[in-house]
Structures are given as structure tokens and as C-alpha cells.
Design a protein around this ligand. Structure first.
Ligand SMILES: *Cc1c(COP(=O)(O)O)cnc(C)c1O
Length: 385
């Protein structure tokens, strides 16, 4: 849901700072100055809004966008984006007609997938743009080296017939967040071998391999012709460096308005199961967000969750429920309608998505993609706050 300027302020908002996105794209371009940049905006821009982030990334010098599904690719076209878009995770029963007609580049990792894409190209009456995917060691998508010759051969035949164009040969890293890991060189070598085989068959594809972490390693032999950063576009550090030590700026801030303030006496239990009982008389503030909105229940299992409210970090108390979080404000003068920051860039002392990830035993990717509408309104800002 997007913010409507004259509507009352949202109860909960994911504020997305497009100036931060543009800054982060600049950092990534500087790290791979000789490569084109594809900003990855799958999963609705990692929860930030694919069209808004995609447009900002293109304005900052990205020349491609990357997504996972055909629906995500077509949503970018519907949002007015006409830059090259690559979509890479399909099932062979997908109908590729609309995607080919919309000029979406398509990943192909088997002859069966290729046949499905070519059927779409014939139905659309247009040449399919292929990125042949080689599995260089992640063991997920892509053809295994033993199947590569057959795939390249079938693709070359489709090119000769005029049904397809082979734009790229690409792969995905298993340790893109680990500088110096030996699999990086191994995967790059395997990609080059596969690319050379395509060239030997008369094709002229580009090569791409690097995600955010690999892009920021500043290694041209990983950056190749095109880099595909996702998480760093959103300002989250692929090496988990603290915000102060990272060149990136986090783009999302999750905040909610205090729905209710109440004074409770010592001994009063709070939320389901009374896991927290007020030790002294205190003021409680109720925030209208919970695990259905992307504030995981286990975030407060040890009572360590903090929110920034009234200029101070204050503890969430008791269990997080589906819709609500209770904050202990002591004797501070909080008011209904005050804004509480759950996570953000950390610039005002609020927790970061990285802090949440550490607490949850996960990665910041899962934190930001977990923030969900429709009860959280996405508010896109062109300028930093
Ligand atoms: C998600 C994804 C990326 C981006 O990875 P980050 O770690 O977010 O930079 C790049 N390429 C592929 C194939 C992906 O699935």
C-alpha cells in the first residue's frame, strides 16, 4: 500500500528513503566501475517496493533490473519501467508468451525450460532474450556442466532459427558474502569455461556472476560484464558490518504510532501469559504492529527488544502478539499518536535490521522482506529525513 498525501498518518509505516538507494547504487558502481549494474528488486524490492526502488536505482546509474518471477517482471513493466529486466526462477509450466512480448530477459537452465520459453516466443511472435544459467557450485538453479553442451546447442539452434537471442551466460555464488573464499575463484573459472563453450558455438554472450558481497570485493574477475547486487542497494551490509563502518545507508525505517497510553500499578501482568509483570507503577504504550506485520514474536522472547520512543530506547515488555507490542515507558511523558521507531538506519539511536537479525539468529534480508502490508503502509521519500 502506498501513502496517499492527504490521508491521516498511517498507524504503521515502512518509510523507504530513495536518496539512500541512489547513494548505495553509487557505492556499488564505484566498486565495479567497468561493469553494468543490475539492481535486484525481487520480492517487491526486498520489501521496499520494486517499482520505486527500481526507478531510483535506474536514475542512479543502474541499467538493468533483476527479479525472480514473471509476475514480478511484468509488474515492473506495468509500473512504467522499460529498462532491461531479467527474470530467473520459473517452472516449465509457466506461460512465457506475455513475458517475451514485454521484452523480459529470461533465465534458462535446462532444455525443457528453453523449450517452454521458445514456445512463448513463437506465440508472441518475438525473439526471446535468453540468459543461459550454469550451475557452477551452488547446486540450485542452472544446468550442470555435463548438460551444458546440450543446452548451448539447443540455444544456438534457436538463435539460428531466429526464435531466440543469447544475451548472457551467468551463475550465482555460494559464498558471495565471504571475501577470499576458495569457491569464488572456482565458480568464476567454471563460468568462464561455460561462457567459452557458448562462444565456441558461435554465440556472443556477456557474463555475470556477482551479488552484493562479490561486487563490493572490487574484483573485476568476479564483476565481469554485469553485477547483480540486491541487499546492498537497500543499504544492508553484505558482510554484516555495523552501519557506522559500512559505506552503505539502510533505506528502510519501520515505525508505528502509539495507539494507547496507560498507567498500571506494580504487580500488573502484561500481554498473553504475563511473561512480564510491572515491578513498579509505570506507563505503558501500545504499538499497533505485531508478528502479522513483520515484527517476529521471537524478537522479544528474552525481553531484549527495544524501540526508540520519545528520544529514548525503551523495552518492549511481554509477548509480541499478532497485532500489538507493549512498550514500558516508566514515567516518561509519552502520548497517543507519538511515533515509535522499531528499526531504521540507527542514525537516531534506533535498532537496525542487522540488530534484529542478530537477535533472531537470521540475516537482515529476512527482516526487511518480512515487513508486510497491507497494515504497514509503505511511504516512499525522495529526500533523506
Ligand atoms: C537474490 C539474487 C541476487 C542478489 O543477491 P544479494 O545477496 O541480495 O546481493 C543476485 N543474483 C541472483 C540470482 C539472486 O537470486
Amino acid at each position: 500500500m502506498q501513502f496517499v498525501p492527504d490521508a491521516p498518518p498511517p498507524r504503521a509505516e515502512a518509510v523507504v528513503d530513495l536518496a539512500a538507494v541512489r547513494h548505495n547504487v553509487g557505492v556499488l558502481r564505484a566498486a565495479a566501475p567497468d561493469s553494468a549494474l543490475m539492481a535486484v528488486v525481487k520480492a517487491d524490492g526486498y520489501g521496499h517496493g520494486a517499482v520505486a526502488v527500481g526507478s531510483a536505482a535506474l536514475a542512479a546509474g543502474a541499467t538493468w533490473l533483476g527479479v525472480c518471477t514473471l509476475e514480478e517482471a511484468l509488474a515492473l513493466r506495468a509500473g512504467g519501467i522499460d529498462a532491461p529486466v531479467l527474470s530467473w526462477l520459473h517452472v516449465p509450466t509457466d506461460d512465457f508468451t506475455e513475458a517475451v512480448a514485454a521484452g523480459i530477459d529470461l533465465s534458462v537452465g535446462s532444455v525443457a525450460h528453453l523449450d517452454a520459453v521458445l514456445a512463448g516466443a513463437r506465440a508472441a511472435g518475438r525473439t526471446a532474450r535468453l540468459h543461459l544459467k550454469i550451475d557452477t557450485g551452488l547446486s540450485r538453479g542452472g544446468a550442470q556442466p555435463a548438460q551444458w553442451a546440450d543446452l548451448v546447442d539447443a540455444a544456438a539452434k534457436a538463435v539460428a532459427e531466429g526464435t531466440a537471442e543469447v544475451v548472457a551466460v551467468f551463475s550465482h555464488l555460494s559464498h558471495g558474502d565471504t571475501p577470499g573464499h576458495p569457491t569464488l575463484d572456482l565458480q568464476a573459472e567454471r563460468l568462464t569455461t561455460a561462457w567459452q563453450a557458448a562462444r565456441d558455438r558461435g554465440l556472443h554472450p556477456i557474463r555475470h556472476l556477482a551479488n552484493s558481497g562479490a561486487t563490493l570485493m572490487r574484483r573485476p574477475e568476479l564483476a565481469l560484464d554485469l553485477v547483480r547486487p540486491g541487499i546492498a542497494v537497500y543499504g544492508l551490509d553484505p558482510y554484516d558490518r555495523p552501519v557506522a563502518q559500512s559505506p552503505l545507508r539502510p533505506a528502510m525505517r519501520l515505525q508505528a504510532r502509539v495507539a494507547l497510553v496507560k498507567r498500571v500499578p506494580a504487580g500488573e501482568g502484561v500481554a498473553y501469559g504475563h511473561e512480564w509483570v510491572a515491578p513498579v507503577e509505570t506507563t505503558l504504550a501500545l504499538l499497533p504492529v505485531g508478528y502479522a506485520d513483520g515484527v517476529p514474536r521471537r524478537l522479544n522472547r528474552d525481553g531484549r527488544m527495544r524501540v526508540l520512543l520519545g528520544g529514548e530506547l525503551r523495552p518492549a515488555v511481554g509477548r509480541i502478539s499478532m497485532d500489538q507490542v507493549v512498550v514500558d515507558c516508566g514515567d516518561a511523558p509519552v502520548a497517543e499518536g507519538d511515533l515509535a521507531v522499531l528499526f531504521g538506519s540507527g542514525a537516531d539511536g534506533e535498532p537496525t535490521a542487522q540488530d534484529w537479525a542478530d537477535e533472531l539468529g537470521t540475516i537482515h534480508y529476512e527482516v526487511v522482506t518480512g515487513v508486510r502490508g497491507p497494515r504497514v503502509t509503505r511511504v516512499v521519500r525522495e529526500e533523506p529525513w
